[in-house]
Design a protein around this ligand. Structure first.
Ligand code: SDX
Length: 425
């Protein structure tokens, strides 16, 4: 029996159906309100479900994150990024043959057309890597546009494989460009994370030399970033995709949204913040700034729209961070500042009552720094990890009937008025 919600406006009672979820909150279907001349109002979408989806589920209070029903800690401990990509795209874990074929397909598609690589000639050593990766992914649309039918499932799968395969290569190219070094081609003998590290830190023409521990930690970080339901960048991909835009362009829109320090840009902002704080003696001063309503400073890497207990990814990320630092024997003073900051945030009322806990970005930045990734590259790594999630949501939307996203507004502007000649103004 479908529940209903009754709202009474101007003496009229409207019955709105309640749609039931398999996990988490049910939703009130407000689509019928426009016929009654009524809008809902929810800037920032705090109480709005923009779509239905079967991909990822987050329980913010319980600190639960499921990819197609599988808990993130189990996937991080037992799976790898390409198997997780297969799971997100197809809805089920692959058997051995399916995984082998998928991995081979991705390996075969990792190389980027030599002519296309000249897109990087337009940038300088100082160009921000997020600007480069956004342009490069958007540029892929120039290779895969003619004849692309977004309603053809095979065409959509081809785009998904291309994007998952080429994002590590393009990401490594942005790194090499920022270092002023020659690009390194992918090596088909390496796994996904090893190949990315080889293309970043290897030298053209030389045999790969990648630490298995670092590659395993990097692969785990990609898993943690693979999807996160309707976050700002995924919602951007869905909105851009709802206009029937080229998928590479829709994904580039998501990359642009991810760049912001309130979203994926936070991992870069965390390092900038820790460096600005400098050492433990300055922490109280900065915590005071974070609490000060008149000060725009926020503790980057803390807080989350959905997680109000803890971010399960941060817990796994912290373990990876320690594994990498132990492997490299790195005594990073910024880690000590980070650990002291986390302790203070867990003890002080301001953070506890606002449920501000470390999120996935808090430890990822320290880990990337220890590996030798420049701070400006951190959000590019987030882009790499999130690629399967974005393209899965795009594909999910396109595989069912959908409408172009077109929000309405609460208008607060002037009433209608007549144009006046400039001499009368
Ligand atoms: C990601 O959506 C996703 O799933 C995103 C993501 C993903 O995987 O896609 O998880 C990735 O983006 C993680 C978040 C990374 N961003 C940061 O670490 C930046 C710092 N965090 C904040 O900017 C903030 O916490 C947000 C943006 C993450 C969430 O903001 P909300 O939900 O809109 O909360 P809010 O701004 O309304 O804050 C509520 C209160 C306010 O205080 P009051 O007005 O109630 O007194 O908490 C305070 C805020 O001032 N607050 C903070 C704070 N975050 C919120 N105060 C100090 N430091 C912070 N970081």
């Amino acid at each position: 029996m479908t529940e209903k919600v009754h709202i009474t406006i101007d003496g009229r009672t409207l019955d709105l159906p309640v749609l039931e979820s398999t996990e988490g909150l049910n939703v009130v279907d407000v689509r019928g309100l426009i016929a009654e001349g009524i809008f809902t109002y929810d800037p920032g979408f705090l109480s709005t479900a923009a779509c239905d989806s079967k991909v990822t589920y987050i329980d913010g209070d319980a600190g639960i994150l499921l990819y197609r029903g599988y808990p993130i800690d189990q996937l991080a401990a037992n799976s790898n990024h390409l198997e997780v990509s297969y799971l997100l795209l197809n809805g089920e874990l692959p058997n051995e043959q399916e995984l082998a074929e998928f991995e081979q397909e991705i390996t075969n598609r990792m190389p980027v057309d030599k002519h296309f690589q000249h897109i990087f000639d337009g940038f300088t050593k100082d160009s921000h890597p997020m600007s480069m990766i956004c342009a490069a992914v958007s540029g892929l649309a120039s290779l895969y546009h003619e004849g692309f039918d977004i309603y053809n499932a095979e065409h959509r799968r081809d785009a998904a494989l291309n994007l998952i395969a080429k994002i590590p290569t393009l990401a490594a190219m942005t790194y090499k460009k920022s270092q002023g070094e020659e690009f390194v081609d992918p090596d088909p003998s390496l796994n996904y994370a090893e190949n990315f590290l080889h293309m970043c830190f290897g030298t053209k023409g030389e045999a790969p030399n990648v630490s298995p521990t670092i590659a395993a930690a990097m692969d785990r970080i990609f898993i943690l970033h693979a999807d996160h339901e309707q976050n700002a960048s995924t919602s951007t991909v869905r909105l851009a995709g709802s206009t029937e835009a080229n998928p590479y362009a829709a994904i580039a829109a998501g990359i642009a949204a991810l760049w912001g320090p309130s979203h994926g840009g936070a991992n870069e902002a965390v390092l900038d913040m820790l460096s600005e704080i400098g050492d433990e003696s300055e922490i109280e001063n900065y915590v005071g700034k974070a609490k000060d309503k008149n000060d725009p400073f926020r503790l980057m890497g803390f807080g989350h729209r959905v997680y109000k207990n803890f971010d399960p990814r941060a817990t796994v990320m912290q373990d990876s961070c320690h594994a990498v630092l132990d492997e490299l024997g790195v005594e990073d003073p910024l880690l000590k500042v980070a650990q002291k900051l986390e302790k203070i945030a867990r003890e002080q009322e301001y953070f506890i009552e606002r449920k501000l806990y470390p999120n996935v970005d808090f430890y990822s930045g320290i880990t990337f720094k220890a590996i030798g990734i420049p701070v400006s590259m951190f959000t590019v790594l987030f882009t790499l990890g999130r690629m399967p999630g974005w393209i899965t949501h795009w594909d999910e939307m396109l595989s069912e009937p959908f409408k172009i996203g077109r929000p309405r507004q609460l208008y607060l502007g002037p009433h209608a008025r007549d144009y006046t000649d400039i001499k009368q103004r």
